[in-house]
Write a protein that binds this ligand. Sequence first.
Ligand SMILES: [Zn+2]
Length: 347
Amino acid sequence: MCLYLKILEKRQAMHKTFEIPLDIPDVTIEQVETNRHGDVVITVKSTLEGTYCHRCGKKITKVYAEDRAITFRHLSILGRKTFIRLRPVRYQCLSCDGNPTTTQQLSWYNPRSAYTKPYEEHILFGIVNSTIHDVSIKEDIGCEAIMGIIDRHIQVKIDWNTFTRLDVIGIDEISLKKGHRDFVAIITGRIDNKTVILGVLSDRKKATVKLFLSDIPQKLRQTIHTVCSDMYDGFIYAAKEALGKQVKIVIDRFHVAKLYRKGLDTLRKQELRRLKKALPADRFHVAKLYRKGLDTLRKQELRRLKKALPAEAYKGLQGAMWALRKKLTFPIYAFGLCSCGFLAHPL
Ligand SMILES: [Zn+2]
């Protein structure tokens, strides 16, 4: 084989794989493999030495044994389910009577969960402006498991000392629609261009949200200048009362769009009902085309529609409905992508 071909082949081979950081602290990767389902399984080993004795609290470094392997679901890689496998190290205390042992635990997982913390957060972000059922299907994870993630996060107390300022926070509600709770609220912040979860609240009541916001240390609370929320009164009043009247309330574009689209949809249905009575059946059949947006119709369809409808109905439709929708939607497009990513769906 000539040298040129060899180099070409080598280059092509080089572009078939790439490296991505695992982004999980205190571990090294021992092995990466795919299981029989095609899932990625990454076996890791702790790089931290020692742990704290569960009885006396002293640091212990005498290795006793390795526990059996535990596996956590992690963020998917290239659409493949990804799991992290770890054998935690058990250490022995030489000071306590009976030399009890304590298993080392790393910061990126909760031993009671089958998911890594980044994956649990990914699920929580997923259900904001969506439903548990949708996320359950998309992620191939049970609804009960998602409820478990929510429940675990309700109990987590955030360490406010890790923040120097908050600037903008978001308050979103999540509808559970079953079980003992109807709604929970998620409070998020933007830190270094990354959305982080500040708290998951057991309900969406004004008092609960106010209590959470009032609990933020005063110095940090004063750095919040904007609250993004849906149009739910309870959130808006809770924010005003806990953070002061000067705080700006921004209504999420997703919720505004949802409301005006609902209004236009009602108008469209009324107009269709009116036309059903006013037009002969064959012309009404064509009129049904205007269920679609005028801008999405093909030229031929548009001509048929124009012909079938009385002039004032067509004009009214074009002027009042589609133009209004376009007018309201355009600024949303002009501002760029919304945090909830709803622009993935045509408005
Ligand atoms: Zn001890």
